[in-house]
Design a protein around this ligand. Structure first.
Ligand SMILES: [Zn+2]
Length: 105
């Protein structure tokens, strides 16, 4: 459990934003330019994946083996979550998220 909590500290936070950088999603494993990130939740501080719309985005292009290990930690409390469709994942995120105003760019 402590591993999973520690791993949450690696999520992409807005104060780390680099417009010329890359980001990788732990849920769908996509890597994309940070410019593709359009939404930030938790009061505008946490990046949301533009592909699967979950907030499991980390900076850069991490080692795939590390991604797989972190996925196991993060998704272990949510059986089946790693197999959600984008629509299901979005619904899950909405359920977990406090309503926060869109803050645009
Ligand atoms: Zn994703």
């Amino acid at each position: 459990m402590s591993d999973a909590l520690d791993n949450l500290h690696v999520l992409y936070r807005r104060h780390q934003y680099d417009p010329d950088g890359e980001a990788t999603c732990l849920k769908c494993r996509a890597t994309y330019p940070t410019r593709a990130i359009r939404k930030w939740i938790d009061g505008g501080t946490t990046a949301v994946c533009p592909r699967c719309r979950l907030d499991f985005v980390v900076p850069g292009r991490p080692d795939p083996a590390w991604v797989e290990r972190v996925r196991e930690d993060i998704f272990a409390p949510f059986p089946g979550m790693a197999k959600l469709t984008p629509e299901e994942a979005a619904a899950f995120t909405e359920a977990l998220s406090r309503p926060v105003p869109e803050d645009g760019e």
